[in-house]
Design a protein around this ligand. Structure first.
Ligand code: ADP
Length: 173
């Protein structure tokens, strides 16, 4: 039988602001690194959202959390996502879909990225049902009002939230 497997490694970029990184993000990273040969987790900033953690804190915590995966690299997202993906030699962008409410924005983004660079495919991964209600914004709100968020974020994020509580609360106010 002929070997039809392509030898080119499949590389994906998972971009996001990850402010803060939840178990929903981590699930996508875990599944992404199983599907692709190499996965770049690209931590960027979002103009529309003021961030709670600095870019350095978000990079450091993402590195710590993903250290167990030897095909995952955490990088700082700079410039246009598709251009950055091309620089990383990624042929795929992965994004998560939780509910219909994500769909409109994510589709718009995927179509725009396709228009900008048709050789990069956006692949959507459906959220695990147990993470469907998890968003950085909601977890931040619960935490800010004293709720226990330890079930929603990786231990490294929870530790940072505890250690820097006062400083972070000032930023949110
Ligand atoms: P952005 O700042 O671009 O909205 P986020 O850091 O909030 O990025 O999220 C990055 C990606 O991860 C988005 O595609 C988002 O839909 C996805 N995502 C966020 N939370 C979850 C979750 N609980 N389950 C699955 N995907 C998620």
């Amino acid at each position: 039988m002929k070997n039809l497997v392509k030898s080119r490694p499949r590389i994906a970029l998972y971009p996001g602001s990850f402010d803060l990184l939840t178990n929903g993000h981590l699930d996508l990273i875990r599944r992404g690194q199983q599907v692709f040969d190499q996965l770049f987790v690209a931590v960027g900033f979002n103009d529309a959202k003021s961030s709670m953690f600095t870019i350095e804190e978000r990079l450091d915590v993402a590195k710590e959390i993903t250290a167990e995966y030897d095909n995952v690299e955490v990088v700082k997202l700079e410039g246009l996502t598709v251009e950055f993906a091309a620089k990383c030699e990624a042929q795929f962008i992965i994004r998560g879909l939780r509910a219909i409410s994500d769909f409109e924005f994510e589709l718009q983004l995927a179509l725009m990225n396709h228009k900008l660079n048709a050789s990069i495919e956006t692949i959507f991964l459906a959220a695990d049902p147990k993470n469907i209600f998890l968003s950085s914004r909601v977890v931040k709100e619960v935490w800010r009002h004293g709720g226990d968020v330890s079930d929603f974020v990786p231990p490294a994020v929870f530790r940072l939230l505890t250690e820097k509580r006062e400083e972070l609360l000032k930023k949110l106010n």
